[in-house]
Every structure is written in C-alpha cells, then in structure tokens.
Design a protein around this ligand. Structure first.
Ligand code: PLP
Length: 409
C-alpha cells in the first residue's frame, strides 16, 4: 500500500469545532430536555438578500435556455463578477486592481489553505496567534511546521501573540520570515489594524522579501473611518501582499460558496536559480490546473451584491449582526466580564475569569448558562484565557444567551 502524507499526523488532535460539537453532544445526551443557545461555530443565520435570490432565479432560467446556457466557465471566474469586484471593492476606495488580478473561488477557507502551495516547502511561516485555524493546518500538512508541543505550538511556525497586553496588535517577527498571515478584522479577537501598523507590516515584508497573505473576510464590518479596508490602501503593498475576501460573512454566502483572492502582478517569488517569477502568473497557472471556477449561478448571485439594492440589503444584514454584537458586549460588560471586539467585527472576545482556562470556561458556560461558545485556546496558544461568542445568531438567541449568562454565571 502507498505511504500516506505523514505530516497529517502533526495536526493538533481534533479540529476545534469538532471538539465543541463533541462536548455539546455529551451534555445534551445527558440533559435531553435542556435547550441550548449556540453562539459557538459562527455560521450566519439570516436568509440571503432578496436581490441575490432574484439573481439565482434569473441565472437558473439562463441555464434552462439553449441560447443562455453556460457550461464550463473561466477558471478564474467570470469577468462580469471580477469587474464588479475590482470597481466596487477597490476602485471605490481609490485602489487600482486590474480584473486579471482577481481570482474568484468557492471560498476564503480554500483560498487561504491553498495559497501556501505556490511557495517552497522551506518557507518560514508567521501567524497571528490566536487566529482562524486554517492557516496553520494547511502549512502543517505541507510539512512546514514540525510537531506541536503540549501547548499546541509548532516548532517550525513563528507565532505573533495577540493579547490584551499588546492590545491585540502583534509585534513584528524578531527573525526573518517568508510568509505572514494577517487577518483583519480578526477572527477570533475582533481586533482591527491601524494604518500605521499595516504600514509597518508592508515595510517589514518589503525589507525581508516576504509576502503577506491578508485575510479581509470581515472587511464589510469595519465602521471606524480610519481603519484600512484593504492592504492595498498602503503604499508599496502591491509588491508584497495577496488579499483574500469572501461573500460568506457580508452577504450570507456560507452555504452558497463564493470568495476571491487578489494577486497583484507585482508580487514575486524567487527560484533556486535566483530568477524571480510573478506570483500572479503562478496562481493563474495553479488555478487553471485545479479549478473550473465556481458555478455560474453562484457568480451571478454574487454580482447582485454590487447592485444598489444588493448593497442596501447587505448593509442591513451587517447592521443586524452588529446590533447582536452590541447586545452581547453590553450584556457581558454589565455582568462584570472584560470584553473585547464586537465593534468592527462580529465576534466578542471575552476574558475568562482569573485562573479559569478557556476549555473549563467553555464547559462552565455550557453547563450553567446552556450557551455554546468557543474556547480561545482552540484558535492558538495565546487564545488561552479567552472565550469567543459570535454575533451571527438570531436576535432571540442572542438576547437569551446574554440573559442566561448574566443571571446564571
Ligand atoms: C469565515 C472566514 C472566511 C471565509 O470562509 P469561506 O470559506 O469563504 O466561507 C475566511 N477567513 C476567516 C478568518 C473567516 O472567519
């Protein structure tokens, strides 16, 4: 039999959300009549905007007629959508992105997991800690991490701790790194980056010949005017940054599957012979080999997000979730908890009470308040001592969860 990829053995034991589900099931099996409120996994709950639904119907009709039927589409996505993205998400903020720098895909999860494969195996990876687990895991199975110690830290990965002590703004790496994953607004801490801090990252990357993989999945949640929406708002970023965005959290596409990645033509990698190559060329090559693009119907649905009606409806969705965030933040503060995030991001990052570990607090909230959250430690070693609640629930669930935590914890 063939040997399997043993780097998979280096993955931390269980995927965070699988362990949350397991513990939740143990509890509900033992207490079948308890009704839990789930603010843990972080999936959206509101239905799709009406403009998007109409576009799905129209696109289905296109598929029903010989004249408008679509077979395989362009590997990198339809131009009608890529042009809307370039104009609305970047052009409107004074950032020039060309259509052939936009790569449409089925998800920010897959994009952020896949990007590492155009880089050499010996590249040194730096990660915010805590952060979305996909960046670490995709590099672990590619053989860049080595094994984890008891705290879950991989020897081969450079961690950039983000804690209340540094206001969730990580320091620059104290050594050379090749790839830097930044996620702003951040999942799970809800932190945003200032323009000055982002300039420091771009300067670092330029000085070190590093590349920044910038995950802006929560860009639509930014309300503070001075917070940058795209890394390309920073001078010099086009040479050193790749940016990922998704329709999941703004337009509720978690079940629809649509995202995109921007790879500017100026981003370059270096070969063993010292010659350089455009990462845009490499990513185009990789995408044409592995993808036939997301479904036409879904891309039409995504394009509807950029219509005036779609924009208004998406704004209403975000406002709805951010009111949940406000309710959770205010309620937990009133209950005496120290709370971060929830202002430019749909996540509330709660300090656990002194000397209570993340998973113990998770169990306690589950048992006493019958609320499911997510333990901070599941997002990285520096998440220990924190707990995440999402603003993606219904209004009733959100209010109920806050009331239970206030009265029972
Ligand atoms: C939800 C999320 C994404 C987007 O995921 P999709 O695969 O597009 O649904 C990307 N990055 C982060 C940090 C996220 O939380």
């Amino acid at each position: 039999m063939p040997r399997f990829n043993e780097f998979y053995l280096n993955l931390n034991q269980s995927y965070l959300f699988a362990e949350i589900r397991r513990r939740t099931k143990v509890y509900t099996d033992a207490h079948p009549d308890v009704r839990l409120v789930d603010l843990g996994v972080g999936d959206v709950t509101q239905p799709l905007p009406a403009a998007v639904v109409r576009a799905i119907h129209e696109a289905a009709d296109d598929m029903a007629r010989r004249e408008t039927f679509k077979g395989y589409g362009p590997y990198v996505g339809y131009e009608f959508l890529r042009a809307e993205i370039a104009t609305h998400d970047f052009g409107s903020r004074g950032v020039k992105i060309a259509v052939d720098e936009v790569f449409v895909s089925d998800g920010g999860k897959s994009d952020s997991a896949n990007l590492q494969e155009i880089f050499a195996q010996d590249c040194v990876v730096a990660l915010m800690d805590p952060v979305y687990p996909v960046y670490a895991d995709s590099n672990v199975v590619a053989g860049r991490s080595g094994r984890a110690d008891e705290s879950g830290r991989y020897a081969g990965i450079v961690y950039l701790p983000c804690t209340a002590e540094n206001k969730f703004q990580p320091a620059l790496p104290d050594r050379h790194v090749d790839l830097i994953y930044l996620c702003y607004p951040n999942n799970p801490t809800g932190a945003v980056v200032t323009r000055e801090a982002l300039e420091r990252w771009v300067d670092y990357a330029r000085a070190e010949d590093a590349v920044i993989l910038y995950d802006a999945a929560y860009e639509a949640y930014i309300v503070e005017p001075e917070v940058p929406h795209s890394i390309y708002e920073i001078d010099g970023a086009r040479e050193v940054a790749i940016e990922c965005r998704s329709f999941s959290k703004n337009a509720g596409f978690t079940g629809m599957r649509l995202a995109y990645t921007v790879v500017p033509k100026e981003t370059r990698g270096r070969g063993a012979d010292g010659k350089t190559m455009s990462l845009n060329t490499l990513w185009t090559r990789r995408t044409s080999m592995k993808s036939n693009g997301p479904p036409y119907v879904i891309q039409k649905a995504a394009a509807a997000v950029y219509t005036p009606e779609g924009q208004t409806q998406v704004r209403a969705l975000i406002d709805f979730y951010m009111e949940n965030a406000r309710i959770i933040g205010a309620g937990l503060r009133a209950a005496g908890f120290t709370v971060y995030g929830g202002r430019n991001a749909p996540y509330i990052w709660v300090r656990t009470p002194p000397s209570i570990a993340s998973w113990d607090f998770f169990d306690r909230v589950l048992e006493k308040a019958n609320v499911v959250g997510a333990p901070g430690a599941g997002f990285g070693p520096s998440g220990e001592g924190y707990f995440r609640l999402t603003a993606f629930g219904s209004r009733a669930q959100t209010e109920e969860a806050v009331e239970r935590i206030k009265t029972r914890m």
